[in-house]
Structure formats: C-alpha cells, structure tokens
Design a protein around this ligand. Structure first.
Ligand SMILES: [Zn+2]
Length: 217
C-alpha cells in the first residue's frame, strides 16, 4: 500500500514537472486566488429557502460547468480537520469523487494539492455560508481551455451547519460540493447537481460526473 502510494505520488510529480517544462513562461506564472461559497439551505425553518451567494451558475443542468482543473488526474489531498466526525465527513466526500473514476484523490501527509478542513465561520453562526473553497490557479496555463490549479483549500463551517441543524449526510453533501470546487467545478443551475449553489440534500450525481469527465478528458 505504501509502495503503491509512493509510486503514484512520484508519477504525479514526474508528470507535473514534465509538463511544466513544456511551458516556457512557467517561471513568470502568477497564481490567482478564487473564493467559492455554499449558501445555507434552511430546511429547518419552513420550506428550504435558500439565500443567494455570489456564485452565478451558467450552462446546462446536465453538465456541471468548470473553470479550472488540475494538471494530472491524480491529485493529492490532506484532511486537516481534527475531529473523527469531520475526518469521516471528508473521507466519504473523497470516496464519492474517487468512485466517479475520473480523478484519483490520493492521501498524503506531505504538501497536498487540496486541503480539506473545518472551522467556524468568521461571520458567526448566522452566516449564510456553510462551506467555502479558496483555490489558486496559474494565470498563463490552461488545459481544455481551463485554468490549471495550483492549490485549493476547502472548509465546512461547523457553527453554521450546527445552527441550521445539518445532519451528517447533509454535511457530507456540503463537503462533496466544496471538494467539487477544489477539483475545478463551478455551480450548476440545477438542483439535481451537488454543485447547485445551495446544495443540502444532493450528493454527486450524473451531471457532476459528466462535468468532471469533460474537464479531465
Ligand atoms: Zn459553491
């Protein structure tokens, strides 16, 4: 297991280094940072009114759009949440994306491409954001017309999830949504996608798998 893991990490490093050689302007690449939030769905109060966030969705509900992707399909991650509860939330989100067969998220104890974490919202428990992803990408590198990512960090906001009585399954859906952003996906216009801007009940579904496959084709 360890040897296999090392093998795939080395392969990943080799592929990444090989490709960056092919980009002469790599040395002058600027890293641009982005923020994606997930709005709370308050099913605890009345009929699931969603507060809007700043992530406008475009395109068809059958294909989750993307703006970015990683250079290789093998992507390293690290879970920074301390509690076993949130470790399990993030682990099942990782498993769900790995089951798509499009990308291979590999756990590392070293420097990870994606860091999965948990914290309290700095805006307080009544904030309308239950998850957030910060991601950085190179401004002069693209693959399939998508910006190539440099790093990503996703959070589930515990205090907000508690305040709106999210179940473990619902927190896992939020984790899947944030991890979707960390893989480069954007918001889907349809509620049948985990990338709907205010996902709560929805897990990764066909439009998301199709969108990911399209990005990493
Ligand atoms: Zn989002």
């Amino acid at each position: 297991m360890n040897n296999r893991l090392m093998g795939s990490l080395l392969t990943f490093v080799a592929v990444a280094a090989g490709l960056s050689f092919a980009v002469p302007s790599h040395a002058s690449a600027k890293i641009v940072t982005d923020v994606d939030k997930t709005a709370v769905v308050k099913t605890a109060t009345s009929f699931g009114t969603a507060k809007s966030d700043d992530g406008a969705a475009t395109g068809s509900a059958s294909l989750t759009p993307a703006a970015k992707r990683w250079q290789a399909t093998t992507i390293s991650y690290k879970i920074a949440s301390g509690s076993s509860y949130y470790k399990s939330v993030w682990s099942s989100a990782v498993k769900t994306w790995n089951r798509t067969g499009v990308v291979r998220l590999v756990k590392t104890s070293g420097k990870a491409d994606i860091t999965l974490s948990t914290s309290n919202s700095p805006m307080g428990k009544n904030d309308s954001t239950v998850g957030i992803t910060y991601s950085s990408y190179y401004n002069n590198k693209t693959l399939n017309s998508l910006a190539v990512m440099a790093n990503a960090k996703s959070y589930v906001y515990k205090n907000v999830a508690n305040r709106y009585h999210y179940s473990k399954k619902e927190r896992t859906n939020v984790a899947e949504h944030e991890l979707g952003h960390a893989l480069g996906l954007e918001h889907n216009v349809g509620k049948g996608s985990v990338m709907y801007y205010a996902t709560r009940d929805q897990s990764v579904s066909k439009p998301d798998v199709n969108g990911l496959a399209h990005s990493y084709r």
